[in-house]
Ligand binder design. Structure first.
Ligand code: GDP
Length: 196
């Protein structure tokens, strides 16, 4: 697929270090350990494009992946671990908010949350920021394979219900990188946002 072409482009510790703001890109966000690296690797059919099983909370950079010269995927820093100092968290939040607001080529956010405990503070914050600037969010309820079919369906329904109370353009689906569940559905969202 188109996403198989993804290759690492660059890391940016600060917004100013991002590649030129041209073409279109989609960002991936989620708390540490949500399964973001595994999802990016599964979507791009690559084993180690995004690093997995790193120290929780270590990813402090924006990582850019090029699909072609005009289309990118962006791995946003995850946080949510108590071990990370409050000041570092605030710094990341400010950087994230600035990226979401200022990045013209940004078409939407794929937000990842563990299907067993979704809509934590970080997730709600991302939904709120995105809603305020009318940026679409597609939520992946990850590690769906860890739930029985009925429990997964229930989690999906509960999140759909909760999202109705939140302003903004959002959609949600179940996802498992391990079982490769929901990959086509995510590709369809990316295709639409990136206009490919
Ligand atoms: P990140 O911190 O959000 O990038 O999360 P990772 O992709 O590194 O995954 C965190 C942990 O969850 C790792 O131990 C993964 O093996 C595990 N994990 C990720 N995706 C899945 C999945 O679809 N199913 C299951 N069972 N485990 C997963």
């Amino acid at each position: 697929s188109f996403y198989h072409q993804a290759r690492f482009l660059t890391s940016a510790a600060k917004l100013e270090q991002s590649p030129p703001d041209t073409g279109a890109e989609v960002a991936f966000a989620g708390r540490s350990n949500a399964g973001k690296s595994s999802a990016i690797n599964a979507l791009c059919q690559q084993k180690s494009l995004a690093r997995t099983s790193k120290t929780p909370g270590r990813t402090q950079l924006l990582n850019f992946f090029a699909l072609d010269p005009e289309h990118r995927l962006v791995d946003l820093p995850g946080y949510g671990y108590a071990k990370v100092a409050e000041q570092i968290k605030r710094q990341w939040q400010a950087e994230l908010a600035a990226y979401l607001e200022q990045r013209t080529s940004l078409r939407g956010v794929i937000l990842l949350a563990d299907a067993r405990h979704p809509l934590k503070e970080f997730d709600l914050q991302m939904l709120e920021w995105s809603g305020q600037i009318q940026l679409p969010v597609h939520l992946l309820l990850t590690k769906a394979d860890k739930l029985k079919r009925g429990a997964a369906a229930k989690s999906l329904q509960q999140v759909k219900q909760a999202l109705k109370q939140i302003n903004g353009m959002h959609s949600v689906q179940l996802f498992s990188a391990l079982k490769r569940q929901g990959i086509d559905e995510v590709h369809a969202v990316l295709d639409k946002w990136l206009e490919v």
